[in-house]
Ligand binder design. Sequence first.
Ligand SMILES: [Fe+2]
Length: 179
Amino acid sequence: MAYDLDRFVSDCRTILGEDPGPAGREQVRRHLETLLAEPQFIARHCQDATPGVTVLYEDARLGFQILAHVNAKAHASPPHDHGASWAIYGQATKYTDMIEWAREDDRKDPKHAKLKPVKKYRLMPGTAGIYQNGAIHSIDYPDHACFIRVTGTNLDKIDRIRIDLKTGLIEQMTAQQAS
Ligand SMILES: [Fe+2]
């Protein structure tokens, strides 16, 4: 039987209900890679889907979300965090260039940050990366790149920041401003 969204949701509920920490998230990441290997799932939720962001599932009890990001146009987002949440990015079509950043400042100035890149890689179809609470990354993808994101909570409801690389200015993010 093919792995599908319903089974993935069921697995996420079981796994995160037992262990919402890093070990549970890693299991979710691996299950997401299993889901991304299913052509029917990719066709329905990415290739044949209307461009935009669709919430495929939100768990009322645990709060996690599964979102399909179907991107018609190329885009690069500045370095940003996911606030007090974690996020898993699973590439479905095309690719996403990821940079993970570390802060070099002492975090005493709430308006400025100094970043250095610590990891650069290209997320290819079928692979998923995990970004733990407070981790900062930037993403850059071409036309028709699609990814599935699992987040610990609805990111539109929590405080998040993005950082201007040229000036170091820290800005609060508004809903759906960057992923
Ligand atoms: Fe992100």
